[in-house]
Design a protein around this ligand. Structure first.
Ligand SMILES: [Zn+2]
Ligand SMILES: [Zn+2]
Length: 139
């Protein structure tokens, strides 16, 4: 799949916009308690792209960063609160993890796993056939 048009994404208030090319193949639904809080939802889903394939279009001045005690960082729109970016504590800077739900362009790729199921919300039942990992995805 050479030279696909970039996918477009934005926050709820549209002040922040970004473009993404070539999402990496593995995407998981993360049920950890931090992702649940960050998204205000049963789980989060992040797409991963190489840094060179991710570009902010506008609104980075509204991007706010929350750093947790464990060293992970999460970025969101300070105007509308949309969850946008996850940065791991051991960030290599090579990739960007963005909240898949903020994409505006439809994609072909599908998430292929559930991770951190040990912290899953007890009111949510996983009803698909994807592999479920207690914690991170095993190699
Ligand atoms: Zn916004
Ligand atoms: Zn998580």
């Amino acid at each position: 799949m050479a030279d696909i048009h970039p996918l477009k994404g934005s926050c709820l208030c549209q002040a922040i916009k970004y473009e993404v090319k070539e999402i990496k193949p593995h995407m998981a639904h993360c049920h950890c308690s931090m992702c649940r809080k960050f998204h205000g939802a049963a789980f989060s889903t992040f797409g991963v792209v190489e840094k060179k394939n991710f570009r902010w279009i506008t609104g980075t001045n509204l991007l706010k960063t929350y750093e947790d005690a464990n060293g992970t960082k999460r970025q969101f729109c300070s105007e509308c609160g949309s969850s946008l970016i996850f940065i791991p504590s051991e960030d290599t800077g090579d990739t960007v993890e963005f909240a898949l739900g903020t994409l505006d362009t439809p994609i072909q790729e599908k998430p292929d796993a559930h991770i951190y199921c040990s912290s899953k919300a007890n009111w949510y039942d996983i009803s698909d056939q994807l592999p479920q990992y207690k914690e991170g995805r095993e190699e």
